[in-house]
Design a protein around this ligand. Sequence first.
Ligand SMILES: [Fe+2]
Length: 169
Amino acid sequence: MPITDSTVIQLKLAQIEGRESAPAGCLTAMRLYHDLLLSMCDRLEFIADTLPVPVNITECQVVTQDLLPSMTASHQFEEDRFFMDARLVLKGGCALDDTIARLCEEHREDQFFAEEICEEIRGLILGGGQKNAEAMGYMLRGFFGQMRRHIAFERDFLYIPMTEKLIRL
Ligand SMILES: [Fe+2]
């Protein structure tokens, strides 16, 4: 199997696992998870750009294998650790609690959407690349566009303010 960006990121995450208890380690892990999800978005965009014929069937298969585990790992880390640190570092009160609740809801929606995407890509592979290509492209772009906006929000309103606060300590 080729060493992809996401494989490298997963290896880095494995290396820091257990050492993210310090706030700086938590932020490093969060950046790597975001990079992992953004690399998944780039790979989905590549597939969308090649439609109606997916030129690299192997890549399509690897994406369907990687997408849900990558999202589950990242969302679990965010909800179990990163958001807790965000509350402590940013002291945002009710407004931050509401924002985090919305982000968690978006995680659930993205997970369901990702399951549909994987199902469609598998169907595309089995159908020889001709079936519902236009709808598939629209669906893929909707998914990775939504995911990129979600990550940009988390970076701009949580990750960067947390980093700036910790630098000033
Ligand atoms: Fe998130």
